[in-house]
Design a protein around this ligand. Structure first.
Ligand SMILES: [Zn+2]
Ligand SMILES: [Zn+2]
Length: 324
């Protein structure tokens, strides 16, 4: 029985932190920087609770911020149905993301060979690979620690799998929560979801300040993931933490957490950071297709000629945007 509880608590904690710190605040919003191996450690926490590959998850999430609560465009708004926003968007998606779109939405993840490996070439392959690795892990747990450990792990993992689904659905239903900030969507702060999801349920705050590493912004809004990040900071393991400006927290001004306007950065630097590439989809500064040609992989081209043509059109877009 003891081993059941240990397995349950460890699996739930690792899974929820994996989604919150790994998939969400880390990869989707680039709210901070972790050493590469530690980043992989957190990302695998999400991956090992059946969340699907990081490229799929992050692309869906960036689309969610870009088109929050726009029916037919937001992958999981409750305006397309409560069940749809909970689980239906995964089993029967309304928004389908093509391989070319993935490359445009998450170019920063495409730079990383490990995330490309987990994507497995796209199609449904990333889902199958995720399932196979998850099943193999559970067989390993059964062999090494026995059936009670396996049961604890499975229940803890299912709980961790459900936590972000509650954020997607309940935290966009006004009857369950409250708003600290006026946003152009239905996002809500919901205390019981915040507890279950280690702080992710302060979702109205998050929609107001998507790049902020901290989601619980009022003293009563406890954010466990932020506590973990603060602890890592004490040991010098997390850097470039982005937080809302003090003035933005008081009033209702539009604030981008300590970030640089991507357009300005593109003008001044050839090195476009992961943060900038990530911001493009939540900061709503660029409404056109991304224009950071040098940093993204070329789209699939059937010939060298097509690849050259693609590179030229991307270059033209960079010029057009940076001249604005
Ligand atoms: Zn949301
Ligand atoms: Zn987000």
């Amino acid at each position: 029985m003891e081993i059941f509880l240990i397995a349950f608590v460890l699996s739930y904690t690792y899974g929820v932190l994996g989604i919150s710190i790994g998939y969400h605040r880390g990869l989707s919003h680039r709210s901070f920087k972790l050493p590469r191996l530690l980043e992989y450690f957190f990302v695998m926490g999400g991956y090992l609770v059946f969340e699907g590959g990081p490229i799929f998850w992050v692309a869906s999430h960036r689309l969610h911020h870009r088109y929050s609560d726009v029916p037919g465009k937001d992958p999981h708004t409750p305006l397309d149905g409560a069940w749809h926003s909970f689980l239906g968007w995964m089993s029967k998606p309304i928004v389908k993301i093509s391989e070319d779109q993935y490359r445009l939405i998450v170019p920063d993840l495409y730079r990383d060979p490990f995330y490309r490996f987990l994507h497995a070439g796209g199609g449904n392959n990333d889902g199958y690979l995720c399932l196979a690795i998850n099943v193999a892990l559970r067989l390993g747990i059964l062999t090494a620690f026995g059936p009670w450990a396996l049961l604890g792990n499975v229940l803890g993992s299912v709980g961790a799998f459900i936590a972000p689904l509650l954020v997607n659905s309940i935290c966009h239903m006004p009857k369950y929560g409250y708003q600290n900030y006026k946003t152009n969507d239905l996002s809500q702060n919901v205390w019981f979801v915040a507890i279950a999801s280690f702080g992710e349920g302060w979702h109205n705050n998050h929609h107001k300040f998507p790049q902020s590493a901290r989601h619980g912004l009022r003293p009563i809004e406890y954010d466990f993931s932020w506590s973990v990040l603060s602890l890592l900071k004490l040991f010098g393991l997390v850097q470039n933490i982005r937080l809302p400006r003090e003035t933005a927290l008081q009033g209702n001004e539009v604030a981008v957490a300590n970030t640089v306007d991507p357009v300005v950065l593109a003008r001044t630097s050839k090195e476009v950071s992961d943060e900038t590439l990530a911001d493009r989809y939540s900061a709503e500064l660029l409404d056109e297709q991304p224009a950071f040609e040098d940093q993204t992989l070329p789209l699939k081209a059937t010939s060298e000629e097509a690849a050259a043509k693609h590179r030229k059109s991307q270059k033209d877009r960079v010029v057009a945007i940076t001249k604005r």
